[in-house]
Each structure stands twice: as structure tokens, then as C-alpha cells.
Design a protein around this ligand. Structure first.
Ligand code: PMP
Length: 429
């Protein structure tokens, strides 16, 4: 096999494998694993289980049109998988701000921020975010993923220890590994376990300690026990970092995130977030003290050696932040939708976990059942995310619904109806 597409003969029954099986693979041919994986993917597609990489033909609104690989035609669907929680990606003011920035700056600045990739729009957005998160300073990365990589690899050295929640996002885990620091983790939200780890490092000299948690967890939608974690961090002289990717714009009385929700504004050492959820763009940010931000600017390689976020996106995100504050009814509508959906899923007999946010997990457990359900649900016009091991622990594969403020009651009812019928067919409820 030389790695060309023609090599695939569909010799693999995809039902017997998952993504994890194509990582460790020893062979003289570097591409052998890709060839094998291709056969797996082909069989997966032949069975019509493949509901990934669906080309969108419209914006990410409650009703979308996609190109359907199975019929070869455009297909109308209800979008239940986007993190565009407040529907700001299509807000007229956001679009106008983007257009103005495009006219003024062109499509991109084509350089790292330290060279030519830093504009007035970037600085204004940094200042606005620092105020929004009650921190001294802020800096912007071109992706949320590279933000976490940059923070952790710039601040941690091999004598330090980083302690993560086991459900933290891959970008946090990779940042922790790449930093070379000692790396420990505790079971999800288990503060007793966290304290046991902290105690082991209490007397260690020259060992900086960093705890990293998510304000809202990306796969389960539940929230971190931040007051207790903050108290432990203070008691054991550890720094605390909170990833606010899914909390920003959603959680807290005015949408400022989980620090506002817990009354901890201005009291967390490092606050990180992404622009790719409620802020309806792409990119990431980190807020902290002025000296810490200044240090990260010079030592985060994923910032220093990477071209900056386009000013067009920076302008859209900056306007989105204004809209979040000016239009609180969006968050109200979102939470009304969350309440309605959780209540009705539970009534139908689904396990919707402990969500307190716009992410609603619907636990299925069995990978093969979920593959079949995803196929049927897609066919019936509902666009949702199916999450399998290794993205979530084994036996906890799930459907993940992401709600938006603009979902109508009809959108939600239609989704509930399809979920109910499909789940009954496979004996899930
Ligand atoms: N942190 C969390 C908690 C996330 O869920 C994500 C993305 N889903 C990221 C970081 C990475 O952000 P981005 O997709 O904006 O790169």
C-alpha cells in the first residue's frame, strides 16, 4: 500500500473498531495506519453512520442547509450542534463591524503580533476583555487551542506541577504535556482528590503549582466547583486558571462567565476563553495580571511564532461583546430553551446529566447504538453532534445538544420528537 486512495478495499468492519485503534501502529510504512484507517472510514460511510464534516451551505442559524453526502443534494436541517449560543454570528451589528474592518485593514495582517500583526482593533479588544473579566490585562491568540497551549507552555517549567480536572479539554492536556512540568489530574470536580494532590506538593521547594479547570465543562455542560477549588488553591499556595470557553456570554447574571456566577470576579489568577462559542468568531484570549500577560506575550511560542487573528474577526468579536451586554434577553431566551429541553428530555426518560449551561449531553453509552441513532437522526433532518470514546470516557458516548437563543419552540419540539422515536427504536428509553 502506498497511501493512495485506491488502496482501500473495505476489508475492515468498522463496527469492531473506534478511533483509538488507529493511533498506536508499528510498521515500516509510515502511512500504513492511514491506509487502514481509510478502510475503517470507508466502511463507516458505507453504513451511513458518518455524520461528520457536513458541508454547510448557510450560516449557523437554527435552520440550516447542508450538502448531504448520502443523497448528493442540499438538505434542510435543524441545527442542534453549534456553539453559536447567542446567535451573534449573524447579528447585523456584528456583520457591519466585520465589513468595516475588512474595508479598513483588508483580510489579515499577515504577521505575528510582535511584528506587524497587531492593530488598534486588537488592542481595543484586549482592553475590553480585561474589563469584562475584571483583570488587569489581556492578550489575544488566533485560536482557543493555541491559547491554552501558549499559557501552559510559557508559564510551566519541569520543576513545576500542573493539576488538571480529568475532563479538561484536549488543549489543556496537550499544554500540560508539552510544558514538561509534572502533570497530575483529579477525578471530575473531586475536590478531596485535588486536596490530596496539593498536600503532596505542600513542602516541595521551588515548585510552582497551577490548577486548571473549566468554568463550564465542554462535554457535560456542568460547572466547576469553583469556590471550593479557589479556597484550596489559596490554602496550598497554588495558582488557579479557569477556561471560560463555554461560560463566557452564557453564565453569570450579565454573561460575564462563571466567575460572575460564583462571585469570584477579579479573584482568579488566570482567566482564559475562546471566541468560537458565544462570541461567534474564532480565536482565544487570556486575562491576568499585567506582568503575567507581558511574560506570556514573549514566551508563548503559539503566540509569538503565529500570525495574529484577522482584524475582521477581532472587530466582530468586539461588537459581539457589546451586544452581549446590550441585549440580555438573548441569554434569557437561551436559558428558557435549556430549561424546556432538559425538562422534556428527562420526562421522556433520557439521562441528560447535570448540565447548567447550553450544552446538553444525552447519554447513550453504547457506541454502536449511537452510530445507528446518529444515522437515523441525520436522515430525519436534525443536525446534532455524536461524541464517542476517546473524546469522552468509554461507555459514556453521547449525543451532545448545543442550544441557541434563537431556537424556536417548534425547533425544540421537532428535535425532541425525532430523539424520542429514534431512542425507542433502539431501546434507549
Ligand atoms: N477550551 C475548551 C473548554 C473548549 O471546549 C475548546 C473548543 N471546543 C477550546 C478550549 C479550544 O478552543 P477553539 O476551538 O476556539 O480553538
Amino acid at each position: 500500500m502506498d497511501g493512495s486512495v485506491e488502496d482501500g478495499n473495505n476489508m475492515i468492519n468498522s463496527d469492531d473498531y473506534s478511533l483509538i485503534d488507529f493511533i498506536e501502529y508499528a510498521d515500516d510504512n509510515l502511512f500504513a495506519k492511514a491506509n487502514l484507517f481509510y478502510e475503517y472510514a470507508e466502511d463507516y460511510i458505507d453504513k451511513k453512520y458518518f455524520t461528520f464534516f457536513r458541508p454547510m451551505l448557510t450560516s449557523c442559524s437554527p435552520r440550516v442547509k447542508i450538502f448531504d453526502r448520502y443523497s448528493g443534494k442540499p438538505k434542510d436541517m435543524i441545527m442542534m450542534a453549534s456553539n453559536n449560543y447567542l446567535n451573534l454570528s449573524t447579528h447585523p451589528d456584528v456583520i457591519r463591524a466585520g465589513k468595516e474592518a475588512l474595508e479598513k485593514y483588508g483580510s489579515g495582517l499577515c504577521g505575528s503580533p510582535i511584528l506587524c500583526g497587531y492593530s488598534e482593533i486588537h488592542r481595543q479588544l484586549e482592553e475590553k476583555l480585561a474589563r469584562f473579566k475584571s483583570c488587569e490585562d489581556c492578550m489575544i491568540f488566533p485560536a482557543g487551542f493555541s491559547t491554552n497551549l501558549g499559557i501552559l507552555t510559557s508559564l510551566l517549567r519541569k520543576n513545576d506541577v500542573v493539576i488538571t480536572d480529568r475532563l479538561d479539554h484536549a488543549s489543556i492536556m496537550d499544554g500540560a504535556i508539552f510544558s514538561g512540568a509534572q502533570f497530575r489530574n483529579f477525578s471530575h470536580n473531586d475536590t478531596a482528590k485535588l486536596e490530596r494532590i496539593l498536600r503532596q506538593y505542600e513542602k516541595k521547594e521551588k515548585t510552582g503549582k497551577l490548577i486548571v479547570v473549566e468554568g463550564v465543562y465542554s462535554m457535560d455542560g456542568d460547572i466547576a466547583r469553583l469556590p471550593a477549588i479557589k479556597e484550596l488553591a489559596s490554602r496550598y499556595n497554588a495558582r488557579l486558571m479557569v477556561d471560560e470557553a463555554h461560560a463566557t456570554g452564557v453564565i453569570g447574571k450579565t454573561g460575564k462567565g462563571s466567575l460572575e456566577h460564583h462571585g469570584l470576579e477579579g479573584r482568579i489568577d488566570i482567566v482564559m476563553g475562546t471566541f468560537s462559542k458565544a462570541l461567534a468568531g474564532m480565536g482565544g484570549f487570556v486575562c491576568s495580571g499585567r506582568k503575567v500577560i507581558n511574560y506570556i506575550r514573549f514566551y508563548a511560542r503559539s503566540y509569538f511564532f503565529s500570525a495574529s487573528l484577522s482584524p475582521v474577526v477581532a472587530a466582530c468579536v468586539s461588537k459581539a461583546l457589546d451586544v452581549i451586554q446590550a441585549e440580555p434577553d438573548r441569554r434569557e431566551r437561551l436559558f428558557e430553551n435549556i430549561r424546556y429541553m432538559v425538562e422534556n428530555l428527562t420526562k421522556l426518560g433520557f439521562n441528560a446529566g447535570q448540565t447548567q449551561s447550553a450544552i446538553i449531553p444525552v447519554f447513550i453509552g453504547d457506541d454502536l447504538v449511537l452510530r445507528k441513532m446518529s444515522r437515523d437522526i441525520h436522515k430525519k433532518g436534525i443536525f446534532l453532534n455524536s461524541i464517542f470514546f476517546p473524546a469522552v470516557p468509554r461507555d459514556s458516548s453521547r449525543i451532545r445538544l448545543s442550544l441557541m437563543a434563537d431556537h424556536s419552540r417548534e425547533d425544540l419540539d421537532q428535535t425532541l420528537n425525532v430523539l424520542e422515536k429514534t431512542a425507542r427504536k433502539y431501546g434507549v428509553i
